[in-house]
Design a protein. Structure first.
Length: 334
């Protein structure tokens, strides 16, 4: 439409300058000829319909009813590429009221269709371009399309993790023998976004400590432990898991004398600080092998002693400054 208005204003000035138009309400006849090679150009009926749409009313009648006529033709340009159209308006007495020549260098004549229709409309009513501009509808306001709202991000809460194990333990320094077997039971729980906590219970069966001659004492040890595990690697279910833990143990030594007249210090409290590494290797779903290695530092190192026949105190056993152990068992992890 912008192009129509610009062309219309130019043609309007041209029409005014040439004095075309006369009475815009009088009935007109239209004669339109497509010369040789112009069969693909706009036909008379389509041209008449297009002009009446621009004017907004019926204009053309038969030659017998018309008070004026417009004769036009279109043909190829001679000696140059493109097309040329000629429009001539005459009144009822045969006087020429206006003449228009339109041309284009385009290969197809359809490029003149719009200009031809507007030129004819301006020959009939020179003010049509101004009225068309005045009645041009206001542009529609731009549509505001709301962007789709993204669904709120819902974070799936991390699950609690827990597990338990039971296994054989082999210790160094806990009882009189160089290597001491025992039984260990452990369980852990890891809340979301927190470190894991581990509970443990260890039982070391009785081992004999011998003194001079036949003096001896049977010592057994049992304790429970609580640890926190700040190191966690591969904490997801069904993966190999590693936990590094630090904590404490609290338990008792129990002594039963053999070949002794008097047994002193029959029971002692045990308090240890421990550091260890747990490993869980899944074998079938949540079931797997559990391995643990660690070291302990006894915080209480009381001695088990006896009084010999000479009245001297003799030491049977005392915890070393550092102990160690290793475990292997079966466990579950969820």
């Amino acid at each position: 439409m912008a192009r129509i208005h610009v062309v219309g204003l130019l043609l309007l000035l041209w029409s005014k300058s040439l004095g075309a138009g006369g009475n815009p309400a009088r009935p007109l006849s239209l004669g339109w000829v497509r010369r040789e090679g112009a069969n693909t150009c706009i036909n008379p009926r389509s041209l008449a319909v297009s002009v009446e749409q621009i004017l907004g009313r019926s204009v053309f009648v038969s030659a017998a009813q018309a008070q004026a006529s417009i004769e036009g033709s279109i043909e190829r340009q001679h000696g140059a590429p493109g097309w040329k159209a000629v429009l001539v308006m005459t009144n009822g007495q045969g006087d020429i009221e206006g003449r228009r020549e339109l041309s284009t260098k385009d290969a197809t004549c359809t490029s003149l269709n719009e200009t031809l229709s507007l030129a004819l409309a301006l020959m009939i009513d020179p003010d049509v371009a101004l009225r068309s501009a005045d009645t041009k509808p206001a542009p529609s306001p731009p549509k505001v399309i709301a962007a789709p709202e993204e669904p709120p991000c819902v974070q799936t809460p991390s699950p609690w993790r827990w597990g338990a194990s039971v296994g054989a333990i082999l210790g160094v320094g806990w009882l009189p023998a160089t290597l001491t077997p025992g039984l260990a039971v452990r369980g852990f729980v890891r809340p979301p976004h927190l470190w894991a906590f581990e509970l443990s219970a260890v039982l070391w069966p009785s081992r004999r400590a011998r003194g001079i001659s036949d003096q001896a004492v049977d010592l057994s040890l049992a304790f429970g432990g609580l640890a926190v595990c700040p190191l966690a690697i591969g904490a997801e279910k069904n993966n190999v898991q590693w936990r590094g833990c630090v904590g404490g143990q609290l338990g008792t030594f129990e002594a039963v004398g053999a070949n002794l007249d008097v047994i002193q210090q029959q029971r002692r409290t045990v308090v240890n600080a421990v550091t260890y590494l747990d490993t869980f290797v899944p074998l079938l779903s949540s079931v797997g092998l559990v391995g643990t290695v660690g070291i302990g530092t006894p915080l209480l190192r009381d001695s088990f002693v006896y009084v010999d026949e000479n009245g001297s105190r003799q030491q049977l056993f005392r915890l070393p400054a550092v102990t160690a152990w290793a475990e292997l068992g079966v466990g579950v992890a969820f």
